[in-house]
Design a protein around this ligand. Structure first.
Ligand SMILES: *Cc1c(COP(=O)(O)O)cnc(C)c1O
Length: 392
């Protein structure tokens, strides 16, 4: 084999659905030499990371850990532990990640029942209540921030109430909301929640938050059948992340360094201030998009600050625009997914990307890209509108 060059990936601005821009302090932490995963000094890092995770999730749950793997690993841990074979899980039908939940529920030996809701709309708590009455589920899944459509689920407490009235546990996907928009695990009555590093936490992918209430964990520890995944079995992981700190598998030490630093940044900024920052800069990004002739897919009341889905002007194909943005401007945005694949682009505003510089650079590049594809607009209109919005 010929020699392989030293790694030199292109310098892209990451404004898609994730991975997002990584904070330099997080990258430095990631590059810190690893120590042993059972070293008392690392156990301290684990404790601190768990405390910071509880603060960020707004929970007192003892059972709060970073799962080794990306968000889907934390998702599979949540579904696979909480749902037992033969049980029923309600899953949302309004986006791509609800479909993934359903697939995981089936693989866990359960039955998945979809709450039919159009893509681009949030669930109606009354539909959840009706589905609970009809199907008597053991677990109700909800995606708090649907990255495939840009929908925020606004009525979380009403959904958890409907589920609890039927004695079902609520499992929430907060992958694209944690650290970016309001999420209050305990106050909202969420029994299990998972997230990922590379969205609003602005961390490289690889260690993913998971939190489970005492009541839900009791169910996990009382299971008759062992969890089908040995790696993700929380009753075994308890040995490592619980009191004992005994070996289960080697923790991804550097990922946990990085996650700890990302969470420390959130603590410094303040969670509420961080939500407000996402609201402010995503608002400016949107003003810029509309000024460039893009049209929103989602109604204002359900728009997700961390991810905007928008139709392009002049019937332009998303794929061509995404490619020009990447190849000519080094800016990553994404095409739609599923129902919106051929119709819309998805533009993120997450974590370290939710700032003036990245937002204006994205809008400038998009203006030039649309012009280059023959759309008759002022290429600077997006930047001007965003600057205006930020000055208000
Ligand atoms: C990104 C994402 C996931 C999956 O996370 P991975 O890190 O890609 O495994 C799950 N749910 C939602 C809503 C996401 O946006």
């Amino acid at each position: 084999m010929d020699s392989v060059d030293e790694l030199q990936p292109p310098d892209r601005l990451l404004m898609g659905p994730g991975p997002s821009e990584t904070h330099p302090r997080v990258l430095r932490a990631f590059g810190t030499p690893p120590i042993g995963h059972l070293d008392p000094a690392f156990v301290e890092v684990m404790d601190e990371t768990q405390d910071l995770l509880r603060e960020t999730l707004r929970t007192d749950n003892e059972w709060t850990i970073p799962v080794s793997g990306t968000g889907s690993a934390a998702m599979e841990a949540a579904v696979g532990n909480l749902l037992e074979p033969g049980e029923t899980m309600l899953v949302p039908g309004n986006g791509y990640f609800g479909g993934r939940m359903a697939e995981m529920a089936r693989r866990a030996g359960g039955e998945a029942v979809t709450i039919e809701t159009p893509w681009g709309e949030p669930l109606d708590p009354e539909d959840v209540r009706a589905a609970c009455a009809e199907h008597d589920p053991d677990v109700v899944g909800v995606v708090h921030a649907e990255t495939s459509t840009g929908v925020r689920q606004p009525s979380m407490p009403a959904i958890t109430e409907a589920a609890h009235d039927h004695d079902a546990f609520v499992l929430a996907d907060c992958v694209t909301s944690l650290g970016g928009i309001e999420f209050r695990m305990d106050e909202w009555g969420v029994d299990a929640a998972y997230s990922a590093g590379q969205k609003c936490l602005s961390c490289p992918p690889g260690a993913s938050p998971l939190s489970i209430s005492d009541g839900a964990m009791e169910k996990v520890l009382d299971r008759e059948d062992p969890v089908r995944s040995w790696y993700l079995d929380l009753s075994l992981l308890e040995g490592y992340w619980g009191e004992e700190r005994s070996y289960h598998h080697t923790a991804p030490v550097n990922n946990i360094y990085a996650l700890r630093e990302a969470l420390r940044l959130i603590h410094e900024e303040g969670l509420v201030a961080r939500w407000e920052r996402h609201r402010r800069f995503s608002g400016a990004l949107r003003e810029g998009l509309w000024a460039l002739g893009l049209e929103p897919v989602v109604a204002p009341s359900a728009r997700l600050p961390s991810l905007t889905t928008a139709r392009l002007p002049g019937g332009l194909a998303p794929g061509a625009v995404v490619e020009t943005m990447r190849e000519e401007h080094d800016v990553e945005i994404a095409t739609g997914l599923g129902a919106f694949a051929d119709e819309a682009v998805r533009i993120g505003c997450m974590g370290h990307g939710a700032r003036r510089g990245p937002v204006l650079e994205t809008l400038g590049a998009l203006g030039e890209t649309l012009s280059a594809h023959g759309i008759d607009i002022d290429p600077g209109a997006g930047v001007a509108a965003a600057v205006n919005a930020l000055d208000e």
